[in-house]
Design a protein. Structure first.
Length: 200
């Protein structure tokens, strides 16, 4: 794991976001570890795989762009997007990057269909929320989601809450998010691959 970066100014612009992204690839050991694992799995990221963009919605980032194949089936084009206009600082970029790379690893190592299978979508969101550090007690306190008196059990509650928000963006899963999360939670929360243990 890399040391926490020094506080930086907010980065609503693409140039700052791209600078943070380039720095993460060469300096952040967690990002390097995940990139190495993608390559070992046979999913070497293509050129332009990671990019910053300005986004219209409130999401921090995303993985995979839906493409329609000639036979009408949906597939995912590998692409990792960081929403530059929603990034707070370099640390935020790093956490979102790790989150989206967990999705990339999940799609590489399994035959997932997150567009249509809500339990599979829930699983990759649970893993990404749990392993990225976005649900650490420090992050939750900073985001005003965790009173300091309620540390016990905060990680699981945060993972479920944030996974539900992600599932609601999938039209196939809207209204089914809590059921899908409960079905996937036990196995997917315990799955720390490719880490030997929980990294945070």
């Amino acid at each position: 794991m890399s040391a926490a970066p020094k506080p930086t100014t907010p980065c609503p612009d693409l140039e700052k976001c791209n600078s943070f992204l380039r720095r993460a690839v060469v300096r952040n050991v967690t990002v390097q570890f995940l990139l190495d694992n993608l390559t070992k799995l046979g999913c070497t990221p293509p050129a332009g795989f990671m990019q910053c963009q300005k986004c219209d919605d409130t999401m921090s980032g995303g993985f995979g762009v839906a493409e329609i194949l000639s036979d009408g089936r949906k597939t995912i084009r590998p692409e990792l997007v960081i929403c530059s206009n929603h990034m707070k600082n370099e640390n935020h970029v790093n956490k979102v990057l790790v989150h989206e790379m967990i999705h990339a690893i999940d799609l590489c190592r399994t035959k997932m269909d997150p567009f249509n299978n809500c339990v599979q979508h829930a699983c990759t969101e649970i893993r990404a929320e749990n392993l990225s550090g976005e649900c650490s007690a420090t992050e939750e306190v900073k985001n005003l989601q965790l009173p300091s008196s309620q540390f016990a059990g905060h990680q699981q509650k945060c993972v479920k809450r944030r996974a539900a928000l992600s599932l609601r963006t999938n039209p196939a899963c809207k209204g089914k998010e809590n059921e899908a999360i409960e079905k996937a939670f036990h196995a997917c929360y315990a799955d720390t691959y490719p880490f030997d243990r929980h990294p945070h």
